[in-house]
Design a binder for this molecule. Structure first.
Ligand code: ADP
Ligand code: MG
Length: 596
């Protein structure tokens, strides 16, 4: 527990970087301002003491106005210093939060692309946002409050001991009880509850992202039930955890702790009164009265200070967990960049005995996969869902790196190719293609930022998107996803194909690119395909077997292994899984034609 907290603080200082000095300066100023703000109260006490000493001859009490001026000076000084301190801590906080976002993003940019699958990206953002925001509050307010209040507390205690050690001892005792009660409230079970609460929040963000991303699928296949249920479940789980967390803080034994935190100082009243007879007996009337006055001041200050500390401590806890939660983001694996990059000689793609297991998975997603796609060949990957098709395709542009074996492009291990060069070699059309909320022009141009309008138009033409452009109000400049400009799955697919065509890469990877096609779109998509894949090395994943019949080579992937390999005719002749899939596929087509 303690170890963890310390780590969070070191981590925090790490993010503060060069702004560490500014942070410390801000905290120091806030401590000084607290001491300054105590002086006016001290002046009251000193004035009272002086008055009692000269009573009843008030004419000698000129010093009272002097105390007034001193109090005034320190009040003004204290406020100015406090303001300066706040400026420093705010500036440092703002810059540290910016550092967290920058470092997080910079790190994540070096992670393998597979790290950004649909599930992770929303989560990464929400975690970085939370860490940045919580840290900002912590540095701007909470830490300064804690440092200032603790300084004030210690100064008051010292003064108490100087005036009357018994009062000092009583205050110290009350402070210790109060702090212990506060610590037990913040630590242990509550920290665990808070972690659970934040984990539930994560799950909600994640399934919310999934749900929103899944809307195109929902539209076409009416698969509302599953994703919505998962989302709803996550919301309910989150609400339950939140209520549990809130509820537990308010119930026993938390309420007992709270009572002790605030009530410990009440016991100073009897201490003051018990000490009175002794003071009076020894003729120290002045001592008694001034102690009493000091106590009144002390308790007033302490109650606001305690409230501030409690508030600040919960801020510390929040920031601590938030920083802990971005650790996995900061620890994300980074893609090893070759020291002496080599240039691929052509667009041949070779898998040599490739095996790959996802982090934390029980069984490998690919085991001992070998095949060659000669330049200009089309290799189709087919097989049951979960067979490893997408995983195999993902290894070509290094979305992940193989555990053993090698993936080669143009005779060079992909790990020895400059990542930018490699990305230029491969056009990837995703299973669920991703269009940005931007104009069609910008969406297509994402593949090649320097492309002219004419080139973009030509690519759209080649991808059979003419009809889409015609019906959109601003043509090429229409922003997708705004009112009246939603695209159907098949239309979005063709835009994604245009993007791949514009990229003009020698290797094309198509992952179930026909999955979204509706019947009237399919012919157009096939045409767009033909344009995209002409004279290129193509790795095509398809569950519509009609699209793979003409492939130069078909690989059947089952449980991560290549179980069959050959042309359509060879596989049909072999009579294995492919033959059964082909028969099923034809039955389905037959059924569709008969039923309508
Ligand atoms: P296919 O594309 O043939 O349907 P995949 O390559 O997507 O199959 O999946 C192969 C196996 O790897 C499956 O068991 C799947 O559950 C698992 N898998 C896929 N993606 C991930 C991932 N990002 N993390 C962990 N496991 C994954
Ligand atoms: Mg897949």
């Amino acid at each position: 527990m303690k170890q963890k907290k310390q780590n969070a603080l070191t981590v925090l200082l790490g993010y503060a970087g060069s702004h560490r000095r500014l942070t410390v300066l801000g905290l120091g100023l806030s401590a000084v301002s607290m001491v300054c703000s105590m002086i006016p109260y001290l002046c009251i006490w000193l004035a009272a003491r002086d008055l009692i000493a000269v009573a009843p001859d008030w004419t000698q009490a000129r010093s009272v106005t002097d105390y007034g001026w001193i109090a005034f000076a320190f009040a003004v000084g204290g406020i100015l210093i406090y303001f300066l301190g706040l400026m420093c801590t705010h500036l440092a906080a703002f810059r540290t939060a910016a550092n967290i976002r920058k470092q997080g993003m910079a790190h994540v940019m070096q992670a393998p692309l597979g790290y950004f699958d649909a599930n992770a990206s929303g989560l990464i953002r929400s975690r970085l946002d939370a860490a940045a925001a919580d840290t900002e509050t912590l540095l701007a307010h909470n830490l300064a409050d804690i440092v200032g209040t603790v300084t004030l507390f210690i100064a008051m205690l010292v003064l108490m001991f100087v005036f009357d050690w018994r009062m000092g001892a009583a205050c110290l005792l009350a402070a210790v009880i109060s702090i212990l009660a506060m610590c037990s409230m913040m630590g242990g079970k509550n920290a665990a509850l808070m972690a659970e609460y934040q984990a539930a929040q994560d799950r909600m963000t994640k399934s919310g992202t999934e749900y929103v991303r899944g809307i195109p699928v929902v539209k076409i296949f009416q698969q509302t039930v599953y994703s919505f249920k998962a989302f709803q479940q996550a919301i309910e789980d989150y609400s339950a955890k939140a209520e549990h967390y809130q509820g537990d803080v308010c119930r026993v034994p938390q309420s007992i702790n709270l009572t002790f935190t605030e009530g410990a100082f009440l016991f100073l009243v009897p201490v003051v009164l018990f000490l009175a007879p002794g003071a009076l007996a020894s003729g120290n009337f002045a001592g008694f009265v001034t102690n009493f006055a000091f106590y009144a001041v002390f308790s007033a200050i302490i109650s606001t200070a305690l409230a501030k500390i409690m508030f600040a401590a919960s801020g510390m806890m929040l920031a601590g967990t938030a920083l802990g939660r971005i650790q996995p983001v900061m620890d994300a694996p980074t893609l090893a960049v070759p020291e002496h990059p080599q240039t691929p000689k052509d667009n041949r793609v070779v898998f040599r005995d490739v095996s790959f297991t996802y982090d934390g998975a029980q069984s490998p997603a690919l085991s001992h996969v070998s095949f060659t796609a000669e330049p200009g060949e089309t290799v189709a990957l087919v097989g049951p869902s979960g067979g490893g098709k997408t995983t195999a395709a993902s290894l070509i542009p290094r979305f992940w790196d193989a555990d053993t074996g090698t993936v080669e492009v143009g005779g060079v291990d992909v790990r020895q190719i400059d990542p930018h060069v490699l990305m230029d070699q491969v056009a990837f059309v995703f299973q669920n293609n991703r269009l940005f909320k931007a104009s069609i022009l910008e969406n297509v141009r994402a593949a090649r930022p320097d492309a002219s309008r004419e080139q973009v138009l030509a690519a759209l033409e080649a991808a059979q998107c003419g009809d889409i452009l015609e019906k959109l109000p601003q043509g090429l400049d229409t922003v997708i996803g705004t009112e009246g400009t939603y695209l159907s799955g098949g239309e979005a697919q063709r835009i994604a194909l245009a993007r791949a065509i514009l990229k003009d890469a020698p290797i094309v990877v198509l992952d179930e690119a026909t999955a979204f096609a509706d019947p009237e779109n399919e012919a157009l998509i096939q045409k767009a395909f033909a344009r995209l894949t002409k004279d290129r090395t193509v790795i095509m994943i398809a569950h519509r077997l009609s699209t793979v019949v003409g492939a130069d080579k078909i690989l059947v992937l089952e449980g991560g292994r290549v179980t069959e390999q050959g042309t359509h005719e060879e596989l049909i002749a072999a009579g294995g899984l492919y033959t059964r899939m082909w028969a099923d596929y034809n039955r389905a087509i037959q059924w569709k034609m008969e039923s309508g």
